[in-house]
Every structure is written in structure tokens, then in C-alpha cells.
Design a protein around this ligand. Sequence first.
Ligand code: NDP
Ligand code: HSE
Length: 430
Amino acid sequence: MMQDPVRVGLLGCGNVGSALVRLVDEHADRITARAGVGIEITRVAVRDVTRHRDVKLAPDRFTDDPSAIVHDHDVDVVVEVMGGVDPSRALITEALEAGKPVVTANKELIARHGPELFGVAAKAGVDLLFEASVAGGIPLLRPLRESLAGDRIHRVTGIVNGTTNYILTRMAEGGASFADALADAQRLGYAEADPTADVEGYDAAAKAAIIATVAFGARVRLEDVHTEGITGLTDDDVESAKLLGYVVKLVAVAEEIDGDIAVRVHPAMVPLHHPLAAVRDSFNAVFIEGEAVGELMLYGRGAGGGPSAAAVLGDLVDAVRNLVSGGKGATIGELVDRPVRPLHKLESQFYLLIEVADRPGVLAAIAGEFGRHGVSIQSMEQRGLGAGARLIFVTHRAREGDLAATVEALRSVEPVHRVGSVLRVMGDVG
Ligand code: NDP
Ligand code: HSE
């Protein structure tokens, strides 16, 4: 029996929202076959209703009042692609409480208020789906939640910000300046409305918190994520990485260590033969290490309207199918509190670039500080001569706390002019 189409209220019609409208239009037959019923976008909220948009929707479907859509009895499902915490948080809460399934791409909101919203959705017995919030078009959260539900995940390491990966690729391969590469990323629709969120690592941190929440079933807060961005990186670091057989990437790492959870985002030297080293431009990839599954990598477009809209649409089809069948999709389940291991207790290899006086005895003085703090040196090489002399060290695995103490001490060593970048070096796999 044919049913009337499910009526979707769309909050936001920017990069992701407008791509979703086009997909729903172009793939109508396939969507109906998969969802079991047609989908129609009946109302759309935007800030500026007068702006021209490349979508086939009549002007009378647009409003600048998202609340009117959430409370409209003729809207069955709400899709939120406006971004930001307010008013999205209240709107999604009200939609769920009204018994309407919600699909969102809003990582900031889920990272900050996910557990609260999951509770509202569970109480109302409706879906809250957010696949597009992490790694754009890559199916990641559903595989973690469903396909790997029975396995024990040890670690998830991801390149989950398209903007920074695009910038780093352009700097490493094309010699572009940071500013030019960022401007292109903004033009291509990868960057957040405020690109500080991308380049300072906040966007990746939100995604890391969501990954950790889903992978470990734990209540992981955004403030639990140690976050460093890419704004402190120099051309020298990018060049040194090349010479040493690495490539610099902004990575998000969520891992379980003896029952503790550790989540962090920072630039890292990735060995060229690691699968993540090959992830270029705005592509994202997530490398999963699980007890039974072993090593697994998911790769694809992590940013941009089309890929993200494909993930939103997948969730939408799921939500509509559940709505029609009277069921509910797989949920995240009961979240538990787990101890968060502080950064200073974590271990890594490190790369350090130190500007020094170019004269006898300097190396011994510096090496002495490493030794005094229990940090073992794996390799050292000098770049430049005279006033331009820099020493580049790669350490063996050391505690973050010991490395920080070494750096502090090095700042007082007379021939050290400046301790430049300190980057983690990712280990090999396999
Ligand atoms: P855009 O800035 O392109 O679009 C936002 C849309 O929301 C615009 O249409 C805007 O209206 C509307 N809007 C914003 N605030 C309000 C408000 N208070 N009332 C009514 N309408 C409002 O953002 P994106 O499409 O790039 O991103 C949307 C969401 O998806 C964000 O949460 C983002 O983090 C997430 N996301 C984005 C990805 C990407 O690659 N772009 C990838 C994955 C997730 P108007 O057009 O009039 O300004
Ligand atoms: N600004 C984000 C990025 C969009 O560059 O990855 C996708 O979440």
C-alpha cells in the first residue's frame, strides 16, 4: 500500500542542507525503495530567506523561524544542518520531545551535549542520528556502533578534519602558504563558518570526543580531549618531516589504556608507510585497531556539502524506515563514566627542532638534558650552519611529562636559542 511521503523539516540550507535537497530530488526513486515510503522536504529554515539558493524548492517553503518548523504538526522528521550549539540544542530537544526523529551533522553540539540529547531521544523512543558529524561522507559511527558492536576497540586514529588535511597537503606538496591554502579550503566549502575551529583543532576535538563516546560506550566530554592545532607548524617542520621519512598530519587519537580512556588531537609525524600518510587533500580516514578485527581503515571525503549530505541522507532513510515500521534504529546504549588518563602520563616518540649556537660542546649539553629527564634519543641531525643551525631530534618512546620537563630545561641551556616545534611521532603499524 502506498503511503503519503514522510515530511521533512530542514533546519539550514547552506553547504550541506542544499546538497541534501538536491540529493533527495535526484535520488527520489531509490530513496522510496529503501525507506519504504517517499521523502519530501516540506519546510526549510534559513537566516536569510531572500538569498538565492541552488535548490528546486518553492520560495514559500522557506522561513527564518526554525522553531515554527520543529513545532509544525505537518513535519514528521527534523534534519538539523544549521550548526552551532544555540539554538540547535533547544530545537533538537523540542523535536525529540514532540516524538520527531532527528538527524544532525552538528559535531559541536553532539560533542558538548550528546549524552543529554541521547537521553531525551531514548525517553521519547525516537531516533537521534548523527553519522555526518564525524568524517563527513565516511560511514564510521554506524560501523563502530553496529558492525563492530561485539568487538573490543583498542584505538581509533583519524584524520578527521578536511580543511587542515587540505592545508597540510598543499604546504607539503605544492609549497603553498598556510593563508592561501586556507582561503581555498574556505572557497571549496570545507571550512567551518569560523575556520579557527579547523586550524586550532577544535573541530577535530569534537569529532574525537564523539568517536570515543561511540567506540568505547563512554561519556567523553569535549574538555576531556587534549587539543593542539596546526597554526604553530612551520615550513621547516614540513620540510624536516619529508627528510626524515614522515608527513605531518593533524590526527585525532582515541584509545583505551588499561581501562582508562585517552583522547587527543595534535599534529603528528606520520611514517610514510603508515596507511594514514597516504590520505591527501580534504580526504579523511579513520584507522581502527580492534581485538578481533585487527587493523581496519575507512577512507573518503570528510568534508564538503555532497559527501556530508550523503551521510545525512543515509541517516534520514534509516530514520524514515524506522518511523514507518514503528521501530527504532540501533542506539548508542547506556554510556558509562571511565577515568580519563591525563596527557602527562601518555607515551609517544617525539620530534624536536631546536635552534642552537653552532659550536663545539652544544650537542653534549643538550643530550645531557634529555638523559637527565629519562628521555632516550633515537636520532639527531643538524640542518643549517652558523646562525641558521637547527638540531632535529627524534626520541624513543617517552612519557609526555618527561618530555615536557626536558623542553623546559632546554630553554635554560645557554647554547639553545629557541626550542621550536615539538611534535609526536606516530609508531609503525603491522
Ligand atoms: P553553512 O554555514 O553553509 O549553512 C548553515 C545554514 O544554516 C545556512 O543555510 C544558514 O542560513 C542556516 N542557519 C544558521 N543559523 C540559523 C538560524 N539561527 N536560523 C535559521 N537558519 C540558520 O554550514 P554547513 O552546511 O557547512 O554546515 C552545517 C552543519 O553541518 C554544521 O554543523 C557543520 O559543522 C556540519 N558539517 C559540515 C560539513 C561541511 O563540509 N561543510 C561536513 C560535516 C558536517 P543562511 O543560508 O541564510 O545563512
Ligand atoms: N570543517 C570540517 C572539515 C567540515 O574541514 O573537516 C567537515 O566536518
